[in-house]
Design a binder for this molecule. Structure first.
Ligand code: PLP
Length: 291
């Protein structure tokens, strides 16, 4: 396969960076996770412009100048799918500081950009898409910088996500649910979270979670089918007593949650509203549902 790196198409094995790459040491960089789906009219990248805009906003938040414009990176993402002959794909653009210098200062470093794509099935498992996953509330809360910078999809924001996921997996769970510093429910390690109670859908407001593109899509789909969606602070016990719960994300799509901290959610399997939204989501991304 081919990876786009700083304007060149490079064979997969040769798309390398130096061990003194600044972002590798200090973690300041920005990235996106984008999916392309096979549709009746060929392969289509879902919400491409939204992802690219968020990439540039993330970089702007970090004060990192991306040496390309959005149109170019949109076209590169289309091209990486084409060149690799993929009909569905996960696309990963990333911008990072180079190896031109060490120390925390980064304004004098080159900003490098890469875009790769590969086939990726259900992020949290095919079987789990039907039956739901088991989730552990994390002992790693979202920290202050993470919360005040939550609109940036920045590499450095993933340290507590990774610690949380590691903890959940070690304890035999599939995914983690992170709380904010005050103890309110925020999001998964790489997903937004929703609960359903008495036919109403709730999701945390965006005070400390990433402004997920899938989250927006699912809110719009819910409203289209007449379901009420309330964005508000959610407590841990509200999750425990929810009728249904699910995660949303480009990678996770709509993944049902069947258990949190050893408590069954609803009937302990994928709930009917979750199932409905899941199928509407797949209709939307595959172009079977008009926008
Ligand atoms: N929250 C975090 C921390 C994420 O990394 C992601 C993944 O991008 C999401 C939420 C979901 O966002 P989106 O639906 O835009 O992929």
């Amino acid at each position: 396969g081919l990876i786009w790196l700083d304007g060149d198409w490079v064979p997969w094995r040769e798309a390398k960076t130096h061990v003194l790459t600044h972002t590798l040491h200090y973690g300041m960089g920005v990235f996106e996770g984008v999916r392309a789906y096979s549709t009746a009219r060929g392969t289509a990248i879902f919400r491409l412009q939204d992802h690219t805009r968020r990439l540039f906003n993330s970089a702007h938040i970090l004060g990192m100048p991306i040496p390309w414009d959005q149109d170019t990176l949109n076209e590169v993402q289309r091209e990486v799918v084409r060149r690799n002959g993929l009909d569905s794909a996960y696309i990963r653009p990333m911008c990072f500081y180079g190896a031109e210098g060490m120390g925390l200062r980064a304004d004098n470093l080159r900003v490098h950009c890469m875009v790769a794509a590969w086939s990726w099935g259900a992020y949290l498992g095919e079987e789990n898409m039907r039956n739901g996953i088991r989730v552990r509330v994390s002992s790693f809360a979202r920290h202050h910088v993470n919360i005040t910078m939550c609109r940036a999809k920045a590499n450095g924001n993933y340290l507590n996500s990774m610690l949380a996921l590691q903890e959940a997996l070690r304890d035999g769970y599939d995914e983690a649910l992170l709380l904010d510093t005050e103890g309110y429910v925020m999001e998964g390690s790489g997903e937004n979270v929703f609960i359903v109670r008495d036919g109403v859908i709730y999701t945390p407001d965006l005070t400390s979670a990433l402004d997920g593109i899938t989250r927006r899509t699912v809110i719009a789909l819910s409203e289209e089918i007449g379901l009420k969606v309330i964005e508000k602070r959610i407590t841990r016990d509200e999750v425990y007593i929810a009728d249904e719960a699910f995660f949303t994300g480009t990678a996770a799509e709509v993944t049902p949650i069947r258990e949190v901290d050893g408590r069954w959610i609803g009937a302990g399997t994928r709930g009917p509203i979750t199932e409905r939204l899941q199928s509407l989501y797949f209709e939307q991304v595959s172009g079977r549902r008009s926008e």
